[in-house]
Ligand binder design. Sequence first.
Ligand SMILES: C[S@@+](CC[C@H](N)C(=O)[O-])C[C@H]1O[C@@H](n2cnc3c(N)ncnc32)[C@H](O)[C@@H]1O
Length: 196
Amino acid sequence: MKSKEWLNRQKNDHYVIKAKQKGYFSRSAFKLLEIDEKYKIAIKSKNTFEFGASPGGWSQILLEINPNIKITAIDLLQLKFNHKNIHFFKEDFLNFDFNKIVQNYDLVLSDIAPNTTGHKSTDHLRISYLVMNIINLLDKILLKNGSFVTKIWKGSEEKEILKLLNKKFKNVQYFKPSSSRKDSSEIFLVAQYFNK
Ligand SMILES: C[S@@+](CC[C@H](N)C(=O)[O-])C[C@H]1O[C@@H](n2cnc3c(N)ncnc32)[C@H](O)[C@@H]1O
């Protein structure tokens, strides 16, 4: 999409306007809010790990719903706020040493997204690579019966991702928040009851 078109879309987007009014750092905040309305994941969590947390909209929602939650978050880019309950790492998770953190999360979230090329299948393969790496880390960081939510972009690898999750979780569901753009291939997978 051309930058002018993108700017126009942002200016008129209902969720961008609402995010500004509410003081959320991203319109993505509403996606987690909708996921949580249905699955009540945030209120039950004591300890959450967030992949791709910047600028910080999802962290804001987690803290709004559950002020006692502890969050460990990672992103290539800086988080836009500090909070005593957030331990943030500005790193590429692919090079991150997970041995240096406590590995007892009851909720793992990923809103991670690579830089897009505009070429649908390339972008799909790129996000799928990141998501598969995250799924491989779950055995290390997620507690038994824990939950995992990840964004994917629909495409050829989706079945493989679903297969991997169905092996590891009792319940896996697709969820498309109404705040996720209709014309986007974005969809979320909500996986619950991790079999460790
Ligand atoms: C859609 S944004 C996340 C928005 C966030 N959930 C929020 O509500 O503010 C996706 C993020 O993934 C991050 N990201 C992409 N590849 C990454 C990697 N390999 N390691 C860590 N973060 C990465 C990007 O820097 C970007 O900030």
